[in-house]
Design a protein around this ligand. Structure first.
Ligand SMILES: [Cu+2]
Length: 359
């Protein structure tokens, strides 16, 4: 029904425009073509200037309105450099924008048709063409060069002391994995993925490296002033890890891990004080339209001090210990039968367990 209304409105709009055009044509005939043309010319010239002035006021007003409200201070070391790069780009393109727009509309006004003037025939000038090709080419190469430089840094090798966290996007949420004491991620296989069996990442339980891996969905915890390297995956469609406060963004592609690293500058608590907002949390968003629940992929990044992080990590239980509570050395004797139920062991995992036990 709404489509019919829309089509009807479009049709009526067209009809009205057509009638107005026709009416003004008749007015023109009555007033005399020449007089009418001169009048239109003057009106159009004036409108060019009005558009220029109002447009520039609008640009200025918009900037004032959103000043300091968009991104806020960067909370990562890379972020400062990216912000600087953005400011330089905006300054250069802003100056060029104002100059070209003023010239464009001023010329349209100043050189409107006049009986007293004849247009100067100026078809070609090699020198001018070289200038307006080479100057923008050099400027853009420098700007793109800066961008590439930072891009290669962010996606390049992380420092050796970096905290490595694997992050996997899924419809709809994020799954974070930390290697345990062995500092090595266990192997995984996509066909092992099963939310029902509490194996969200498809870890291969036969691989001993997987036994101490922490799989967390509540939040991404990182340490202040320590480099963080994210190894990014997806379980289904293409997602995108967006960390706006750290000025980081990277696609999560199924089957092709991507990486980026950064150094968080302020803990979550420090940011709360800085912004005077006790509810502040660093946000992780999915920056890729990935389905109906895309908006629910908002997650939280906790930037902790080193001590807080050690405590946080100690509280997490390895995925393996959740699935096989019997094999968890940390589990108290007697509690084992209870945890079997809470770990949601289903008959489907029983053969694996039996297989492991039999080996
Ligand atoms: Cu997504």
């Amino acid at each position: 029904m709404s489509t019919i209304f829309l089509l009807l409105i479009l049709f009526l709009g067209f009809l009205i425009t057509f009638q107005i055009a026709k009416a003004s044509e008749y007015v023109g005939v009555l007033k005399g073509e020449k007089k009418n043309f001169e009048q239109n010319n003057r009106i159009n010239g004036f409108l060019m200037i009005a558009f220029l002035v109002l447009g520039l006021i609008g640009v200025y007003w918009c900037n004032e309105l959103f000043r300091g409200k968009i991104l806020g201070e960067s909370a990562s070391v890379h972020g400062e450099q990216i912000d600087n790069m953005l400011y330089i780009t905006i300054t250069i393109t802003g100056i060029v924008f104002v100059i070209t727009q003023v010239l464009l509309f001023w010329f349209a006004y100043k050189y409107q048709h006049s009986e007293k003037r004849k247009a100067f025939y100026f078809p070609h000038d090699n020198r001018l063409e070289v200038i307006w090709t080479v100057v923008p080419a050099i400027a853009l190469t420098v700007l793109v060069g800066f961008g590439l430089f930072y891009w290669f840094r962010i996606t390049g090798d992380a420092p050796k002391d970096a905290l490595v966290v694997e992050i996997t996007g899924k419809q709809f949420g994020w799954i974070y994995r930390y290697p345990g004491k062995d500092n090595t991620f266990g192997k995984k296989y996509y066909q092992n993925i099963s939310d029902k069996d509490n194996n969200a990442l498809g870890l291969i339980w036969d691989d001993p490296y997987s036994h101490d891996d922490l799989v967390v969905t509540s939040e991404l915890a990182v340490v202040v002033n320590q480099p963080v390297k994210l190894v990014i995956n997806s379980r289904d469609v293409i997602h995108d890890v967006g960390l706006v406060y750290f000025r980081q963004k990277m696609d999560a592609v199924p089957g092709t891990p991507t990486t980026m690293w950064f150094i968080p500058k302020f803990t979550t608590d420090e940011m709360k004080k800085k912004l005077g907002n006790p509810d502040f949390e660093y946000e992780i968003s999915c920056d890729q339209m990935c389905g109906r629940g895309h908006y629910t992929m908002r997650g939280i990044v906790k930037v902790l001090s080193r001590d807080e992080f050690v405590l946080w990590k100690a509280k997490q239980k390895p995925n393996y210990a959740q699935v096989f509570p019997d094999k968890d050395p940390a589990a108290p004797a007697g509690a084992k039968t209870d945890t079997v139920k809470t770990a949601m062991i289903t008959p489907a995992t029983a053969p694996t367990e039996a297989k492991l036990a039999g080996q």
